[in-house]
Design a protein around this ligand. Structure first.
Ligand code: PLP
Length: 450
């Protein structure tokens, strides 16, 4: 295939997500053709270390023999049949496995296609739940500031990122917002920061619990918000308030799930079990779109029984719900977790990443914060390290530094002024070392001009 033609057709025909196409067109597109371990390889043979795990989903690297084989073996049998009124082998085995590896209490799996639809289904499930248990007035949802839960209308409604969401203001349903416990933005200790957010939530629930169906949040790390790490005990505090005021806790583990925080699921860090939990991304190791919504017995049995006219059925589902290829590769992914002893065996590598980021980046004059846990890190670039004064949007520092990082053979994508490091769990220490050195060089070179 003619490489120049491919690039031309990319610009002409493909509308890229979260992308200003007029800006995109100014640069030579990088067209990926192959993958090998933690590297993406373009049509010219140039290699890029995948520092963001192909937007936070890749786990074992690219082109992994065991995962490829799981798909090929399944393909020899069948690619897809509906889950509406039919069952299929891999979706049964995967549901059983998911119940086994998620926190005790989550006993039922509802499949969807991706993170957004998992959140969408979670919201609808929580909403209908209260009608079924005789409290139809509980219809409202609480979200955290700067929340991101995907791009469908329901998930945008519980989102709070101004740049992405404000344009859809009139289209979404109303929600209550609680401040994120973001220690970097808070003048005071982490404990005070946590207490501040929990107190706002308590007050809200005291006044409005009778109309609140659920609280939705990312446990421990708000990824798209700029890798905001919540103070210890915040999640547990939210769980306790949900119990006290009889409100459902919906945890979105789409980004944090499957080992990224050092635990299989981030809610395990605080011993919390939600009422409803959404998983996707790492579920298939970044191979195929698939998601699951896990629910407790309390939620599941509210929908159980009665005929189709009784209003108890969850009328939600997608054409590709429970897709066999996706479920087969998810099962193989979880088997690889078990074989490699993930996430426990990642402890050393995760400490190494933290140490190398601190050693190489913390002294730089424009690095305001290095925050994260496990393999989820954000490096916030600021104009003034002391006052934390940010750069203006026009300076576009995150994107400019990221472009430089990419030109040096490491693929990344920033969150505004926050550089992201969220590699596949399979990354080696040598690759971590290379990644961190390239980030340092690129920050220094790009910011020399300011
Ligand atoms: N929830 C969280 C926490 C996410 O980070 C994302 C995507 O980044 C989503 C939901 C949406 O997932 P998807 O892009 O698969 O729809």
């Amino acid at each position: 295939m003619d490489k120049e033609l491919l690039k031309e057709w990319d610009k002409k025909y493909v509308w890229h997500p979260f992308t200003q196409m007029a800006e995109y067109e100014k640069y030579e597109p990088i067209v990926i053709e192959r993958g090998e371990g933690c590297y993406l390889i373009d049509i010219n043979g140039k290699r890029y270390l995948d520092a963001v795990a192909s937007i936070w989903c890749n786990v074992h690297g690219h082109n992994v023999k065991e995962l490829n084989e799981a798909i090929k073996n399944q393909l020899e049998k069948i690619a897809h049949s509906t889950l509406l009124g039919l069952a299929n082998v891999p979706s049964i085995l995967l549901a059983k496995k998911l119940v086994e590896i998620t926190p005790e209490g989550l006993n039922h799996v509802f499949y969807t296609d991706d993170g957004s639809t998992a959140v969408e289904a979670s919201i609808k499930m929580a909403y209908q739940f209260w009608q079924l248990v005789g409290k139809p007035e509980k219809t409202k949802f609480v979200k955290l500031e700067q929340a991101y839960h995907g791009d469908t209308i329901g998930s945008v409604s519980v989102g709070g990122i101004e740049l992405f969401h404000s344009v859809f203001g009139k289209l979404v349903f109303e929600t209550y917002t609680v401040p994120s416990p973001h220690p970097y933005r808070f003048e005071g200790t982490e404990e005070e920061c946590k207490e501040f957010s929990l107190n706002v939530l308590r007050k809200l629930l005291e006044e409005k619990h009778h109309e609140i169906a659920g609280i939705i949040m990312e446990p421990k790390v708000q990824a798209a918000a700029g890798m905001i790490v919540h103070p210890e005990g915040f999640l547990k505090g939210v769980r306790n308030l949900c119990d006290e005021f009889d409100v459902l806790l919906i945890l979105d583990e789409v980004a944090t799930g499957f080992g990224k925080t050092g635990k299989m699921f981030a809610c395990e860090l605080e011993g919390v079990c939600p009422d409803i939990m959404a998983v996707s991304k790492g579920l298939t190791a970044g191979y195929l779109p698939l998601a699951g919504v896990l629910a407790t017995d309390r939620v599941y049995y509210a929908f159980y029984g009665g005929d189709y006219g009784s209003g108890k059925t969850f009328f939600h589902g997608h054409t590709y719900t429970g897709n066999q290829l996706g479920c087969a590769v998810a099962l193989a992914n979880i088997e690889l977790f078990e074989k490699k002893g993930y996430p426990e065996s990642l402890k050393g590598k995760m400490e190494f990443l933290k140490k190398r980021l601190t050693e190489e980046l913390s002294d730089l004059p424009n690095v305001g914060d290095i925050r994260g846990i496990g393999f989820m890190y954000g490096i916030e670039i600021v104009k003034n390290k002391k006052t934390k004064e940010p750069f203006s949007w026009k300076d576009d520092v995150g994107r400019r530094i990221s472009r430089r990082i990419i030109s040096k053979g490491v693929f990344t994508r920033p969150l505004g002024p926050v550089l992201v490091v969220m590699p596949p769990l399979a990354i080696s220490e040598e690759e971590i070392d290379l990644l961190v050195r390239v980030y340092r060089e690129s920050i220094v070179e790009e910011l020399r001009k300011f």
